[in-house]
Design a protein around this ligand. Structure first.
Ligand SMILES: Cc1cc2nc3c(=O)[nH]c(=O)nc-3n(C[C@H](O)[C@H](O)[C@H](O)COP(=O)(O)OP(=O)(O)OC[C@H]3O[C@@H](n4cnc5c(N)ncnc54)[C@H](O)[C@@H]3O)c2cc1C
Ligand code: FES
Length: 271
């Protein structure tokens, strides 16, 4: 697919600061209608001639708008964060596979959403879909969201959005300044949360811990990887992750996170 063909103009309709260096931005764009939970968009900083797009998860989308939530890390995210309502950016997407949806095997299963730091936005859209009135995911026996933060200064950003959807939401902080003291796996253990299926997004050490926990507890785990990316559309191989099995086509233990992911069954990736 020609990457240029799906780059489209999007108007910022709202910007809010959720915590120090963390912003939520809403865009008016046709892409909102195609978006699925777990997918991402490439957002081009306004000085797009100089910078590649920056991959950011779709935090939520409906018939009219698409939201992202991001942390200012370097030049690209700083430029994006400096934009305001009324500004027009180029965005590309929706990209990637998303969380598996539509199976009818969820009856009597407990689903746990694990979001570490900036992993929470990826799960919010999933939570929104799960909470919709006609969602077959309502068949889950229980849905619990556990959101991990460095400390209370992050204002447990997005936690209230999960709660408003009627999803039981537990907060954990690394330093114990709010909620459970520890990471999201510590919270699963200390609250004795039953997890048949886990959907998780967060830093790589957390995702490795989720993979290990799922294997030890016979849970299915779908993890969203946030590797560094360049093209975002499968061309540059800048985002490959090691897989357990060889790819049938290339005969190497690699998968492109941007196209084969970002969501993988944890048993398939070597992390
Ligand atoms: C599929 C996907 C979804 C993502 N979703 C979100 C999201 O919803 N919210 C959010 O805040 N961020 C998200 N990210 C991370 C985000 O893309 C990076 O923070 C951003 O590209 C940094 O760009 P920059 O120009 O500000 O920083 P740069 O100037 O490009 O980099 C600054 C520093 O950060 C490091 N860095 C950059 N990108 C990454 C990365 N992906 N992993 C580890 N280190 C990195 C660089 O090595 C460098 O040291 C996502 C990444 C991927 C791949
Ligand atoms: S970012 Fe280029 S192949 Fe994935």
């Amino acid at each position: 697919m020609d990457a240029e063909m799906i780059k489209r103009k999007a108007t910022i309709i709202n910007k809010a600061q959720l915590a120090p260096d963390i912003y939520r931005m809403s865009f008016e764009t046709d892409l909102c209608k195609e978006a699925k939970p777990g997918q991402f968009v490439m957002v081009y900083p306004p000085d797009g001639a100089k910078l590649l797009g920056r991959p950011v998860c779709i935090a939520t989308a409906d018939e009219e708008k698409l939201d992202i939530v991001f942390r200012v890390i370097g030049k690209g995210t700083k430029e994006i964060a400096a934009c305001n309502a009324g500004d027009v950016l180029f965005i590309e997407g929706p990209l990637g596979n998303g969380y598996p949806m539509g199976e009818d095997t969820v009856r009597d299963k407990s689903l746990v959403l694990l979001g570490g730091g900036l992993g929470a936005p990826s799960l919010l859209f999933l939570a929104k879909k799960l909470a919709e009135k006609d969602s077959q995911y309502r068949a889950y026996k229980s849905i619990t969201a556990i959101l991990g933060y460095r400390d209370r200064s992050l204002n447990h950003f997005l936690a209230e959005d999960f709660e408003k959807l009627g999803i039981k939401t537990i907060i954990a902080t690394d330093d114990g300044s709010e909620g459970i003291h520890g990471n999201v796996i510590d919270a699963v253990k200390s609250k004795e949360i039953k997890a048949d299926i886990i959907c998780a997004c967060g830093p790589m050490p957390m995702l490795s811990a989720v993979k290990k926990y799922a294997a030890e507890n016979k849970a299915e785990a779908y993890i969203s990887l946030e590797e560094r990316m360049a093209c975002g559309v499968g061309v540059c191989l800048g985002c490959v992750t090691k897989t357990v099995n060889k790819d049938l086509h290339s005969h190497v233990n690699n998968a492109r996170v941007c196209t084969e992911g970002p969501v993988f069954n944890a048993i398939d990736v070597d992390i």
